[in-house]
Design a protein around this ligand. Structure first.
Ligand code: RP5
Length: 174
């Protein structure tokens, strides 16, 4: 994590048990050199801490909030209710249908209180980090350039995989 600049992204999670499942979000921010902070707080166990954090986030210079929780996952929604900053929700996988409970708790927000929800597991947490980077890049040409290079690399990588597959298929047929 970059330590010299103040954090632009706040990552909060309902429990420390969530961290191993969502740390790809932080890794994506690291990849782009975006400073962030990580906190554990719970909509149910520490509601006052959550309220304090969300209401002061913008004045502390944070620009995007990422909130991860599992099960009755109300953290992202509660954070969003207390701030005008964009909030990205990460549903944490659980034993109930792989985390369908988390997903529905986060994605089914009432109108007027948006939470941008990423997928459960897989590329979800990484996408949360990347989405935060994209939001920040709107006002940061240098970050925008890094994102363009990232997209270009993706195209190259998939192109290489396609070429390798075509070659393997030709060899199978021959
Ligand atoms: C949620 O409850 C947390 O986000 C976590 O996913 C889940 C279980 O928390 P622990 O019992 O492991 O602390 O609020």
């Amino acid at each position: 994590m970059p330590e010299t600049t103040s954090p632009l992204v706040g990552i909060v999670m309902g429990s420390d048990s969530d961290w191993p499942k969502i740390k790809a979000a932080a890794a994506a921010l690291d990849e782009f050199g975006v400073p962030y902070e990580v906190r554990v707080m719970s909509a149910h166990r520490t509601p006052e801490v959550v309220r304090q954090y969300a209401t002061t986030a913008a004045s502390r210079g944070l620009k995007v909030l990422v909130a991860a929780a599992g099960g009755a996952a109300h953290l992202a929604g509660v954070v969003a209710s207390h701030t005008t900053l964009p909030v990205i929700g990460i549903p944490v996988p659980t034993d109930l249908s792989g985390g369908l409970d988390s997903l529905l708790s986060i994605v089914q927000m009432p109108g007027d209180v948006p939470v941008a929800t990423v997928g459960v597991g897989g590329g979800g947490p990484r996408n949360a980090g990347l989405l935060a980077v994209e939001i920040l890049a709107l006002g940061d040409p240098a970050l925008q350039k890094k994102l363009a290079a990232f997209k270009h690399k993706l195209t190259e990588k998939v192109g290489e995989k396609d070429a390798a597959l075509q070659k393997a298929l030709r060899n199978e047929i021959a």
